[in-house]
Design a protein around this ligand. Structure first.
Ligand code: UT7
Length: 326
């Protein structure tokens, strides 16, 4: 039986660090509020010259280097992003060009913060059916461009970054064991970027209403996230015939430390089995899980044979999980 397997990871975050103390100087907030409510201490912000494909390029190069592969070895490029360089061409096409790949397919997927795990679901199927041999999947976001820096609740949450993985087939009993994706479009108003699309095109009025920025009903989103992720994590483990104690590492989407802790508690996981880097980067949407996975790999927290659970939640609403055997 052919399975899809992540053979390499890479990540990139921009150099510029914005701390909670920096934000105290521009909006009515405190380091204490942000840290207690979210776990975030600082975030990275892209340079004015950097778009999502530039961050994706850096992350992809690092993954290719780790895999000892050349760009020509890739036969499909997928970018998960809700902050593309532009509406079209896709960010994946810009990335493909930067990498010098000529012969592959390239497209974006958008499931907001769940985009990377949705991408794993897709890539895993394409590898198992042998439609593709080797896929580059990147989660890349420049959320700072769509963040309202005058709206104190969302602006403390988001950051920029990119994470990449390379996926190929294996006959071994390892790799992406199962994936699960779900959505509830009925809850779309909880987190959205309303302006600039075909519903509310760019106009002076749209800009005056600041609809070019993310709008979020934070508290309601929080409650759905906790309930949904607790249930999803438990079900993913159970459906694969495992007990939570057999999990080596949970790598959750880094949206809020309290959401992460609620899932860990439900699974009865000790702190050392939960990967957290939200304090450094905030919520980087589709980039958060691949950045965390790359950091976990480099920190030696992922070993052959380990069961690793990835889980994400975001705008749509969307949520998704992937169980890996490393
Ligand atoms: O990745 C996609 C999915 N996203 C999420 O899962 C995010 C989910 N939501 C959250 O993480 C949390 O809801 C937030 C961190 C956004 C907010 O935390 P909360 O505990 O839900 O706070 P709240 O919105 O209920 O607001 C509590 C208080 C309010 O003041 P009053 O009405 O109690 O006087 C807010 O005005 O905190 C106030 N507040 C702030 N205070 C200082 C809101 N933002 C800030 C701020 N600094 N930045």
């Amino acid at each position: 039986m052919l399975r899809a397997r992540i053979i390499a990871t890479g990540s990139y975050v921009p150099d510029r660090v914005v701390t909670n103390r920096d934000l105290e100087k521009t909006i009515d907030t405190t380091d204490e509020w942000i840290t207690e409510r979210t776990g975030i201490r600082e975030r990275r912000i892209a340079a004015a010259s950097q778009a999502s494909s530039d961050l994706a390029f850096e992350a992809a190069q690092r993954a290719l280097k780790q895999a000892h592969l050349k760009p020509k070895d890739i036969d499909l490029v997928i970018v998960a992003t809700c902050t593309p360089d532009m509406a079209f061409p896709s960010t994946a096409c810009f990335l493909q060009d930067r990498l010098g790949i000529k012969h592959s397919g390239a497209f974006d997927i958008n499931a907001a913060c769940s985009g990377f795990v949705y991408g794993l679901h897709l890539a895993s199927s394409l590898i198992r059916t042998e439609a593709h041999k080797r896929i580059l999947l990147v989660g890349a976001e420049v959320l700072s461009r769509v963040t309202d820096w005058e709206d104190r609740t969302p602006c403390v949450l988001f950051g920029d970054g990119a994470g990449a993985v390379i996926i190929e087939g294996t006959k071994e009993k390892r790799g992406i064991i199962s994936t699960h994706i779900q959505a509830d479009g009925g809850l779309s108003e909880l987190i959205m970027l309303p302006g600039g699309g075909t519903r509310t095109p760019c106009s002076k009025d749209m800009l005056l209403k600041r609809l070019q920025y993310i709008k979020m009903k934070g508290n309601e989103t929080f409650k759905v996230a906790v309930r949904t992720l607790e249930e999803l994590a438990a079900r993913t483990i159970h459906d694969n015939g495992l007990d939570p104690s057999q999990l080596s590492l949970l790598i959750p989407h880094q949206a809020n430390l309290r959401i992460i802790q609620a899932t860990a508690k439900r699974l009865n996981l000790p702190e050392e089995k939960v990967f957290v880097n939200i304090e450094k980067y905030g919520n980087t949407s589709a980039a958060s899980i691949p950045i965390a996975l790359d950091e976990a790999v480099h920190a030696g927290r992922v070993k052959d044979g380990d069961h690793i659970l990835l889980e994400a939640f975001g705008g749509g609403l969307t949520w998704a999980s992937a169980l890996l055997r490393w």
